[in-house]
Design a protein around this ligand. Structure first.
Ligand code: ADP
Ligand code: MG
Length: 240
């Protein structure tokens, strides 16, 4: 579904991504771990061109999206993204937050979008909040709405950048539970997280990034059970 070849990203002279090669299969759940500043967010943002790579190539479903001629807006609709900060529209209700893009961008009818939104609210366990405003929700609820909003566009892949890092500890579980459910339904997912228990349980593949490269990757059993590289061992010894 996604093929990344020698991806590079620099900000001025500062090289952040130093040549990343990766393929992601349909239905795969790839979890990216690594120390702060290693380039995890930059990598994720390059995947949907929120950051413009300075080198290399990314293709999505067989099309090069780094090609100048490619219309990235079409591809972005197929890539849902969930951030640490939920970025809900504060003056819109939950239902409006979820139906806005499907109506505006996908040209769905309001009735159709509302039906989809209602189903998604059930999926994330927040049917009763459809008329609430974001300020009336807890952090965990806001993040579950943000996930529902991304799903409303019927993305082919979901990108998550530390979706639980801004949450109070007691709310982390409810968000991870929703993500786990998505994984079980076969959604292709790329997830940056510090939740190692979740990574081990839900990830098909773990990528350990450090210094702008993928140092090591493998199944959770491989990476957590018998890490090959000293940098991976060092990182895991600090977080496990
Ligand atoms: P991570 O998500 O692993 O913590 P990031 O991808 O956010 O790492 O950042 C990697 C490095 O890139 C950091 O040193 C950060 O300061 C730098 N960086 C990220 N975005 C920018 C930017 N827009 N301009 C300059 N430097 C940036
Ligand atoms: Mg980050």
């Amino acid at each position: 579904m996604i093929a990344v070849k020698n991806l590079q990203k620099a900000f001025g002279k500062l090289e952040i991504l130093k040549g990343i090669d990766l393929t992601i299969e349909k239905g795969e759940v790839v979890v990216v771990i690594g120390p702060s500043g290693s380039g995890k967010s930059t990598f994720l943002r390059c995947l949907n061109l929120l950051e413009q790579p300075t080198g290399g190539e990314i293709s999505f479903e067989g099309q090069s999206i780094t090609d100048r001629k490619h219309n990235i807006n079409v591809t972005r609709e197929k890539m849902g993204m969930v951030f640490q900060q939920f970025n809900l529209f504060p003056h819109k209700t939950v239902l409006q937050n979820i139906t806005l893009a499907p109506v505006k961008v996908k040209k769905q009818s309001s009735a159709e979008a509302e039906k989809v939104a209602t189903d998604l609210l059930r999926t994330v366990g927040l049917e009763d909040k459809k008329d609430a405003y974001p300020s009336q929700l807890s952090g965990g609820q806001k993040q579950r709405i943000a996930i529902a909003r991304a799903l409303a566009m019927q993305p082919h892949v979901m990108l998550f950048d530390e979706p639980t890092s801004a949450l109070d500890p007691e709310m982390v579980g409810e968000v991870l539970e929703v993500m786990k459910k998505l994984a079980e339904q076969g959604m292709t997912m790329v997830i940056v997280t510090h939740e190692m228990g979740f990574a081990r349980e839900v990830g098909d593949r773990i990528l350990f990034m450090d210094g702008g490269v993928i140092v090591e990757q493998g199944t959770p059993a491989e990476v957590f059970g018998s890490p090959k590289h000293a940098r991976t061992r060092d990182f895991l010894s600090k977080v496990l």
